[in-house]
Design a binder for this molecule. Structure first.
Ligand code: SAH
Ligand code: SF4
Ligand code: F3S
Length: 423
């Protein structure tokens, strides 16, 4: 049996795609999955193109193994560079773009170049995931064309999977022991099953009916499409986690316009206020992009002001990275690297203080946690998560794994980790 190792770079969608690759190949019964590169005959590298740094990491990884192993490059970089990767690495065995992942079983035998669109959506029957927490991609692609972003170019136009298939896949996951699912889409708010006329809140109402699934999360919500119906659904359905990941990117209306985000800082703040008003103890997290072309000190201050106003639970901050082929690549990348770094660190520092404040209020509270596994660092402890996706470490026994328990928060360990006791 040929031995396979899969290495995943990039976002949750790539994690999910890697699961599918493993699922398809496991079904063949001809391969063994190994845990290190050295044991492997075939290495599948699932890649990301979102920033230059992500590409550089994948390129150096490919370079390390391409001469000694059968290397297959899959995912967003495969779609972005296509045959150019063969020019860079003549010994590469195969290039599999995001649309061709369903054909990995054939590609792994033949090798070659497989990129470009096809209309096949994911099928629900190849899931081999047996973990308590799983990802489930409900829609592929993106139509938003934010001016900085490569995703619409490497993942194509938006396609929603049919409700019936999502339900079927989630039932399979539940049968395999899944308790918590994270639904994935670049903009879940625009999910729509054309045949059944089902929108995202209606899909959620179908999925909460599935036995065994205790918690449902989703990401990402584009602020421009976040509806009152969705906020109300999260407020009323018990299984829906009280957490919104709502990337704001910038607090400057001028920059938001250049980014093609289609909302203003005040409409964003209004939406977050509405969420907080309707859902008690909700967590709101965000993504922020600093150093976009033309972002001046005043624009940056607007972002700082927004961060202080909204008081996010957490923020992921990125330095703008030019992506060839996007609209923003036509603009002059005029914020110096050192200034981008200063802005990034400045936001991180403010955010750290806000997160610490929010965490202090958490001390002494009793919350529901889902127990995931034994902790890596301390084998006497178990790792669990709150509905708002914060980690809580507790003592106990293996029987707790997969259960939702009430714990009292007794200790703050870091910005997103706590110690707790079962009550
Ligand atoms: N669909 C999601 C985000 C996908 S990419 C959304 O709309 O929010 C994840 C994050 O990467 C983005 O939110 C953005 O902050 C960041 N990002 C995307 N393109 C980037 C680029 N060219 N340079 C730096 N960061 C980028
Ligand atoms: Fe990229 Fe914007 Fe689509 Fe998100 S919504 S994937 S940032 S184009
Ligand atoms: Fe995800 Fe990176 Fe592709 S963020 S969609 S793996 S470009």
């Amino acid at each position: 049996m040929e031995k396979i190792f899969i290495r995943t770079f990039g976002c949750q969608m790539n994690e999910y795609d890697s699961e599918r690759i493993a699922g398809i190949l496991a079904k063949e019964g001809k391969y063994e999955f190994v845990n290190t590169e050295t044991q492997a005959d075939i290495i599948i590298v699932n890649t990301c193109s979102v920033r230059q740094h992500a590409e550089d990491r994948a390129l150096s990884y490919i370079g390390r193994y391409v001469n000694s192993k059968k290397v297959i490059v899959a995912g967003c970089m495969a779609e972005n560079y296509k045959s150019k990767l063969f020019i860079k690495y003549p010994k590469l065995f195969a290039i599999v773009g995001t649309f061709n992942i369903p054909y990995i079983d054939k590609i792994i035998k033949k090798g070659g170049l497989y990129t470009g669109e096809n209309k096949d959506l994911y099928k629900p029957d190849i899931i081999r995931n047996k973990s308590i927490k799983s990802y489930l991609t409900i829609m592929q692609g993106c139509n938003n064309f934010c001016s900085y972003c490569i995703v619409p170019y490497v993942r194509g136009r938006e396609r929603s999977r049919p409700v019936s298939e999502i339900v079927q896949e989630l039932k399979i996951l539940a049968d395999n022991g899944c308790k918590e699912v994270m639904l994935l889409g670049q903009n879940v708010n625009s999910y729509f099953d054309e045949n059944k006329k089902v929108n995202f809140p209606q899909l959620l109402k179908e999925l909460v009916k599935i036995d065994g699934i205790e918690r449902i999360r989703f990401m990402t919500s584009h602020p421009k499409d976040l509806s009152d119906e969705l906020i109300e659904t999260v407020a009323t359905e018990k299984k829906l986690c009280k957490h919104f990941h709502l990337p704001v990117q910038s607090g400057s209306d001028h920059v938001l316009e250049l980014m093609n985000r289609n909302y203003t800082s005040s409409s964003y703040i209004e939406k977050t206020s509405k969420i907080r008003k309707l859902i008690k103890d909700v967590a709101i997290t965000t993504d922020i992009l600093v150093g976009f072309p033309c972002e001046n000190e005043k624009d940056f201050e607007d972002t700082v002001k927004l961060v202080k106003t909204v008081r996010f639970d957490d923020a992921f901050v990125f330095k703008y990275s030019v992506r060839q082929g996007t609209e923003a690549a036509k603009l002059n990348d005029d914020v110096p690297e050192t200034e981008k770094l200063r802005r990034l660190n400045y936001i991180l520092e403010i955010q750290k203080k806000i997160s610490e404040d929010i965490n202090k209020r958490f001390l002494g509270r009793i919350v529901d946690v889902l127990v995931l596994d034994r902790s890596f660092k301390n084998s006497l402890e178990f790792k669990a998560t709150t509905e708002t996706n914060k980690k809580v470490y507790i003592k106990g026994t293996d029987e707790m794994i997969g259960k939702i328990l009430k714990v009292k928060i007794t200790e703050i360990r870091s910005t997103d980790a706590f110690g707790g006791e079962i009550v």
